[in-house]
Design a protein around this ligand. Structure first.
Ligand code: PEP
Length: 254
């Protein structure tokens, strides 16, 4: 399975800024090794501009940061998987901790999105992660297992492994500059791997588990070399083409 190097631009960039940056990333991905892929989760308003800037055959794939679990309807302000596909997206994120915390998204709702997005043809990354209070309270395992169980509740047992990824993003490490240490990452990713192996008939051993939380050019190589780390999800450091490209190419000698 290819390693997945993902950029999450959150609510940053106008169409012009996005197109420039997407082009800048793509031009640096000429050296992306064949065993890695890169995806950009851009704001909805910038997706069409990025698709146009990248053109057909780009290495950098596009994804939405969220979607609603219905094809169409009276859901003001929401975006369907079909609309993302129409904007050249092949991917979507569901359950980002900012949506859980700021917009009150529940595990059950995230589970509906995850199954609906996959059934609609989008490859899907389910984001999970504990708060500092939950970690300090010894709740790492129950929190991650609950988020996985509910977030994946509607997903078919025989889903192709390359279509579903999990992003482990400890909430206390997102946008804080505080990266989880190797011991913390290894523990959480091993727990997630064990869950996936039990949950899915055959694909659980191969599904990608990404780490996210203050990943930078200076720590990416160490992180992707850890067991059960199959890529990274990068927020702040993905906003500059040069920086994200350095992360996507971490450990690749020139
Ligand atoms: C994220 O937005 O998913 C994220 C991990 O952000 P940052 O890299 O800024 O911590």
């Amino acid at each position: 399975m290819k390693m997945l190097m993902a950029a999450n631009w959150k609510m940053f960039k106008t169409r012009g800024e996005a197109a420039d940056c997407a082009r800048g990333i793509e031009s640096r991905l000429a050296w992306l090794p064949a065993d890695r892929e890169a995806v950009l989760f851009a704001p909805f308003t910038a997706l069409a501009a990025c698709a146009e800037a990248l053109g057909p055959g780009a290495r950098l794939r596009l994804g939405g940061q969220n979607c609603y679990p219905a094809s169409e309807g009276a859901f003001t302000g929401e975006i369907s998987p079909g609309m993302l596909l129409d904007c050249a997206c092949s991917q979507v994120l569901v359950g980002h901790s900012e949506r859980r915390a700021l917009l009150g998204e529940s595990d059950a709702f995230i589970g509906k999105k995850c199954a609906f997005a996959l059934n609609s043809g989008l490859d899907t990354t389910l984001c999970i992660g504990e708060t500092l209070k939950e970690r300090d309270g010894g709740m790492l395992r129950p929190v991650l297992e609950r988020q996985l169980a509910e977030g994946l509740s509607g997903v078919q047992d025989d889903i192709a492994a390359e279509r579903l990824s999990i992003a482990y993003e400890p909430v206390w490490a997102i946008g804080t500059g505080r990266v989880a240490g190797p011991v913390e990452i290894l523990e959480a990713h091993a727990l997630i791997r064990a869950f996936l192996r039990k949950r899915f008939t055959s694909g659980g051993g191969a599904m990608r588990i990404l780490y996210g939380g203050s990943v930078k050019a200076g720590n990416a190589e160490e992180i992707i070399n850890l067991d059960n780390v199959d890529g990274v999800l990068v927020g702040g450091a993905s906003l500059q083409a040069e920086t994200f490209a350095r992360i996507a190419l971490a450990g690749v000698s020139d």
